[in-house]
Design a protein around this ligand. Structure first.
Ligand SMILES: NC(=O)c1ccc[n+]([C@@H]2O[C@H](COP(=O)([O-])OP(=O)(O)OC[C@H]3O[C@@H](n4cnc5c(N)ncnc54)[C@H](OP(=O)(O)O)[C@@H]3O)[C@@H](O)[C@H]2O)c1
Length: 261
């Protein structure tokens, strides 16, 4: 066990997912200290896991932990961090979105060992892919327990993966639009989703299994010349689908890169 004692400042949705992922059997850490807010989530975690204790306040989390996870919303991070004292060289993992390294270090006010990451809710089931920056074996080991860690060599790489992580709602939205279209055109209610969700899961599995085959090649493998798949892809591109997606990614990347806090 590389990390014995981990603590969370901000016990919300993502901390809940991380704690559950870390403490699933076999547990990846020995002790977890969480901040008292949100009270309901904190109480539930403490009830579900013997390894979890709720600190009296945020400083109590820092004092009890080797690795401190910062998981409050960006809007209140400055105010929360300003009142706290970290140990020099202490491992701090920030999952706070859209807040760059320099700003975080200023707010922390001590020369800590800072790493940033973008965990996704799937870490709760140990199935999340997590971007980590800069590369750090200790933090990567934690996220490898909760799925896969992708260590980024540069801030540019990290920002690109942050942009990619913004595709979740759109991916589910494509499934939603397709399932709704099927049902509006007469498919029995519920069957649209029952068909679309496994179809997308099969395609994802294909992409995961065929690691060395370029995605473009996989896409054309499903597009028989003159066939139905080729027609839909061609209509999608002709009607601006590809351009809309690239524009959306460009815009979210610009927002991420411009973000100071
Ligand atoms: N959710 C995700 O999938 C995800 C993924 C990656 C990164 N993130 C980032 O992780 C951070 C947390 O996101 P979240 O979704 O977990 O948000 P959230 O559910 O709103 O959790 C934030 C928590 O911070 C608590 N809090 C408020 N004031 C506090 C204080 N002074 N000291 C300590 N805790 C305080 C809140 O408690 P109360 O409820 O009592 O106000 C709440 O439980 C954000 O910066 C977000 O960008 C989230």
């Amino acid at each position: 066990m590389q990390t014995e004692k981990i603590g969370f400042i901000g016990t919300g949705a993502i901390s809940d997912a991380m704690v559950r992922g870390l403490l699933a059997e076999p547990a990846a850490v020995a002790r977890v200290t969480i901040s008292p807010r949100n009270a309901e989530i904190a109480q539930r975690l403490a009830a579900d896991f013997a390894e979890v204790s709720v600190a009296a306040d945020n400083q109590g989390v820092i004092d009890a932990s080797d690795v401190v996870v910062l998981a409050v919303r960006p809007q209140i991070a400055k105010e929360v961090l300003g009142g706290l004292t970290f140990r020099k060289g202490q491992s701090v993992l920030s999952v706070i979105a859209a807040t760059d390294r320099k700003t975080l270090l200023e707010w922390i006010g001590t020369d800590v060992h800072l790493v940033q990451a973008i965990p996704l809710p799937f870490v709760a089931d140990r199935e999340g892919v997590t971007a980590v920056f800069p590369p750090d074996s200790r933090i990567a080991a934690l996220f490898s327990v909760m799925g896969t860690a992708v260590e980024c060599e540069t801030k540019e790489e990290y920002d690109l993966l942050a942009a990619a992580s913004s595709l979740m709602s759109t991916a589910l939205g494509i499934m939603d639009i397709s399932a709704a279209w099927l049902e509006e055109r007469g498919l029995t209610k519920g069957k649209g989703r029952a068909y679309i969700a496994p179809l997308f899961a099969n395609l994802t599995q294909t992409a995961l299994r065929s690691k060395t085959v370029p995605l473009e090649e996989l896409s054309s493998e499903f597009a028989t010349k003159g066939g139905l798949n080729e027609q839909v892809l061609s209509d999608f591109e002709k009607n601006g689908g590809r351009d809309a997606l690239i524009l959306a990614l460009d815009r979210v990347l610009a927002r991420i890169q411009g973000a100071k806090a």
